[in-house]
Unconditional design. Structure first.
Lengths: 518, 330
């Protein structure tokens, strides 16, 4: 069997941080390759390299034995590679047929109008072939999320691609739709098409793939035929045993006082029946894979997104009218996932960024005018305490700081308001090891002073290093709870993958699929 | 049908509902309002705003805005007038072609700023608004231009008893409808308005799509300006078509075109233009204080834009990302 796609020694770094290191692999015609790994293992980057979304630093690719150097997504499309992204790329205001033909309408007649009859017929046939019983004239906004996913797949079928990359295709599918998708993949395979299937649902990967590739820290750690894998082996390969990161010792002990309680928080399609408690001085971690609902939950707690059922208690009292303002009044703080867009005013100086949240407390005079001197004084103290490395904080803009120092500004901003509850979403993302350590120490220190901390991270080692307790989220539900003495990376990861079996038990794949979909 | 569904239906057809209610109210207020002459007059008066609004619809569909249309009407008509009155003594038809060319060039300039220089449409066209008005005022030294009698004759043309502005309006509607519904460009305009990034990923030449909408808007504005001059007896002063952009935007939005892009159609815009004109005529008919009329109109436009933001909120909910499947019947 000849190789359809071959990758040789491909490497890609972002800002000096390697995301894909020297990876070589090949996909042959009619083969389904399963690709798995933890968040940030480099799967998406590798696929983006193949799809022409990002350019490689070094290495070579061959497609159908020809050198292949995609510079943009259109290049991949041209040679016959279809990429079905996790987020949908459809136009809600157009019909299914129009979505499929948008950049390439067949035309007819003197006025070169769209050949409606042709696209209707062609779309009808395509929809039939994926078993989707919808009218081609249906507006995409009117169909369900799962059906949209299948329309996206229909688009790839129309392109007649010889390699189709699926990135987490089942997240919004129901059990029936998932089965339909699997049938389509098998059909593609029989037709000689190749598939790269990325998924966090290991049972599906075992069920569908001919061979499995496992990535960790940007490297390919295993590539073999599917018979050589079982779920236990997959998980231990994904975790690895080489993590040597330093964490400051956790000395503080949480008190018994509950400061934040969530009761049955639900929002259809997002999170389901979330219960949690957070104590004074506690560091509680929430671990989950991408798309598990962690960030959405944090946004709900802080009042940024609405929820439909359940209630939030702060210091035992229900929070009425949740909004960011209410939360701040209850001395809640929220370090968002993307500091660039949500956490900082990039063009404003450091000092004013730090003063942003606590501003009202510095308005001391009768006219509510901000006491600028004491604000600057407080900002300077904060900068010193956090060892923030910068020039003149009243002149230097936040934009000019390094990632780690920017994050310190965000934390400083909230610390100045002396929060009782501190929610941090991915506080160390994109930060170098040294700065990470400083942020961990800071978290330790804040909790020792009595703040309760809720920390969300996709780096499991980090949570194990700094938390008192870890909750695992999966598909919008809390799927496991671990106290410090129960911390065990494999077991936590297993919960995140919804695999509850203990090591050495015989894993029954069909059973997993069923629990998966109920 | 549940109450929620009825509410949604009313919301999605708010303009037609508003149109019918106001039509009846004005008629009951003053029965002469229902006379056929008055109906014809409303349609004729609505034609100018309507033509501009159809061009505006193209721009709004992509999520942009064109504030320069009023000034565009003025400047392109000024140049035509100067050429007609100059030693060249341009005839009406060539003058019309020059007018349209200038309108399209103004549109192309807007497109260049938006697509190549990445200036926000609002800022770009605000600048063009000032530039065109200023240029026109400078060219005429702020003097009124009087067109020759031939312009007046042109304005009185009728076909099967239908006044010329209405005929032009009907042609513009037909062509615009054809482009939006039947051509790839039309569908791509909707795609770009829905999500520009996704449109790019789907291989649509978004720059070309955006350029064409601003040029069409410029074309429609210049056309409407020329027709309007012919209706005003060939007189063109420095306040000509001032503020017309707001009527055009209001007509489009009243007709269901979203300021957020991707939603709207030509027929809606036509109804919007008719609605605005009907309110104007209806208020004058019933001798409502002249100074209060703009406020009533503004209130109606406000309502329409409020409905638009309600609709946009609904749409946003539809586009929300789901993590877990929504079980049916929950």
């Amino acid at each position: 069997m000849s190789d359809l796609l071959e990758i040789r020694n491909i490497t890609k770094s972002f800002f000096g941080v390697p995301a894909v290191k020297d990876v070589s692999l090949a996909v042959s015609a009619g083969q389904v390759l399963g690709l798995i790994g933890q968040n940030g293992a480099g799967k998406s980057t590798l696929m983006n390299l193949i799809g022409g979304v990002v350019l490689q630093d070094s290495g070579e690719m061959f497609f159908k034995s020809q050198p292949y150097h995609p510079r943009q997504p259109a290049d991949a499309y041209e040679v016959g590679i279809a990429f079905i992204h996790q987020e949908l790329n459809l136009f809600m205001n157009l019909t299914i047929a129009e979505n499929i033909f948008i950049s390439n309408f067949p035309r007819r007649g003197f006025l070169r109008t769209i050949d409606r009859a042709a696209i209707h017929q062609r779309t009808h046939d395509l929809l039939q072939s994926v078993g989707l019983d919808l009218s081609p004239e249906m507006l995409v906004e009117r169909i369900s999320p799962g059906e949209r996913q299948l329309v996206e797949i229909t688009k790839a079928l129309y392109q007649d691609a010889s390699l189709i990359i699926f990135d987490e295709p089942t997240t919004s599918l129901t059990a029936r739709e998932t089965e339909r998708l699997f049938a389509i993949i098998r059909q593609l395979k029989t037709g000689g098409k190749s598939v790269i299937y990325i998924s966090h649902i290991l049972g599906d990967v075992l069920k569908l793939s001919d061979s499995v590739a496992i990535m960790r820290d940007g490297q390919l750690v295993a590539l073999d035929t599917v018979n050589n894998f079982d779920i236990n082996r997959m998980i231990s390969l994904m975790v690895g045993r080489s993590i040597e990161q330093l964490y400051p010792p956790r000395t503080a002990t949480p008190s018994e006082k509950q400061v934040l309680v969530l009761k049955h928080i639900s929002s259809p399609g997002v999170v389901e029946d979330i219960n949690l408690t957070l104590n004074e001085g506690e560091v509680l971690g929430i671990f989950g894979l991408m798309g598990s609902g962690r960030t959405e939950l944090a946004r709900m707690i802080f009042g940024l997104d609405p929820f439909e059922g359940g209630e939030i208690l702060i210091d035992g009292k229900p929070m009425r009218d949740p909004s960011a303002r209410t939360s701040i009044r209850h001395r809640m703080a929220f370090v968002t996932e993307n500091r660039r867009e949500e956490g900082l005013l990039m063009n404003i100086d450091i000092a004013n960024n730090i003063g942003l949240v606590a501003l009202p407390t510095f308005a001391r005079t009768a006219l509510n005018i901000v006491d600028r001197n004491s604000l600057m004084e407080a900002a300077r103290e904060m900068v010193k305490a956090l060892q923030l490395r910068s020039g003149n904080i009243e002149q230097q803009s936040a934009k000019s700081l390094s990632g780690g120092n920017q994050q310190k500004v965000v934390i400083a901003k909230w610390l100045l308001s002396e929060p009782a509850i501190f929610i941090m979403d991915e506080p160390t993302r994109g930060i170098d090891v040294g700065a990470k350590y400083e942020i961990y120490s800071l978290i330790n220190q804040i909790s020792a002073e009595g703040s309760a901390i809720l920390i969300i991270s996709s780096e499991l080692e980090e949570l194990i290093g700094i938390c008192d307790r870890i909750l695992v989220m999966s598909r919008g539900e809390i799927f496991g709870e671990f106290t410090r003495d129960q911390f065990h990376d494999e077991r936590i990861l297993r919960a995140a993958f919804r695999e509850q079996e203990l090591p050495n038990t015989d894993v029954h794949h069909d059973a997993i699929i069923q629990t998966e979909n109920t | 049908m549940t109450r929620q569904k009825i509410g949604e239906l009313l919301l999605n057809n708010s303009t037609i509902v508003l149109f019918i209610i106001l039509f009846i109210v004005f008629g009951l207020w003053s029965p002469r309002f229902f006379l056929p002459e008055n109906m014809v007059d409303i349609v004729k008066q609505a034609a100018f705003t309507g033509i501009v609004a159809v061009g505006m619809t193209f721009v709004l569909l992509t999520g942009g805005i064109d504030l320069s249309v009023g000034s565009n009407m003025y400047l392109s008509a000024v140049v035509a007038g100067l050429l007609i009155n100059s030693s060249l003594q341009l005839a009406i038809l060539p003058a019309l072609l020059v007018t349209l060319l200038i309108g399209v060039v103004i549109g192309a300039f807007n497109a260049f700023c938006v697509v190549r220089l990445h200036i926000l449409p609002f800022m770009t066209t605000l600048a063009t608004l000032v530039i065109c008005r200023g240029l026109g005022t400078a060219l005429t030294s702020s003097q009124q231009i009087d067109f020759p009698e031939s312009m007046n004759t042109f304005g009185q043309i009728q076909l099967l008893g239908i006044p010329m502005p209405v005929i032009v309006f009907l042609i513009v509607i037909a062509v615009a409808y054809f482009i939006l519904v039947r051509t790839p460009l039309g569908r791509q305009i909707y795609a770009v308005g829905n999500d520009r990034e996704v449109a790019k990923k789907a291989g649509i030449n978004t720059g070309r799509v955006l350029t064409s909408v601003y040029m069409m808007s410029g074309f429609c504005a210049a056309l409407a300006g020329f027709v309007l001059v012919s209706q005003l007896g060939g007189r063109l002063d420095h306040s000509f078509a001032q503020g017309n952009e707001f009527d055009a935007i209001a007509a489009a939005v009243l007709g269901g075109t979203s300021l957020f892009g991707g939603v709207g159609n030509v027929l809606g815009t036509v109804i919007g233009a008719l609605l605005i004109q009907m309110v104007q005529t209806g208020l004058s008919f019933n001798l409502v204080n002249l100074y209060l009329q703009p406020m009533v109109q503004a209130a109606i436009i406000f309502l329409a834009i409020f409905f638009d933001s309600l609709r946009a909120g609904n749409l946003k909910r539809l586009k929300r990302r789901f993590i877990r499947p929504l079980e049916a019947g929950r």
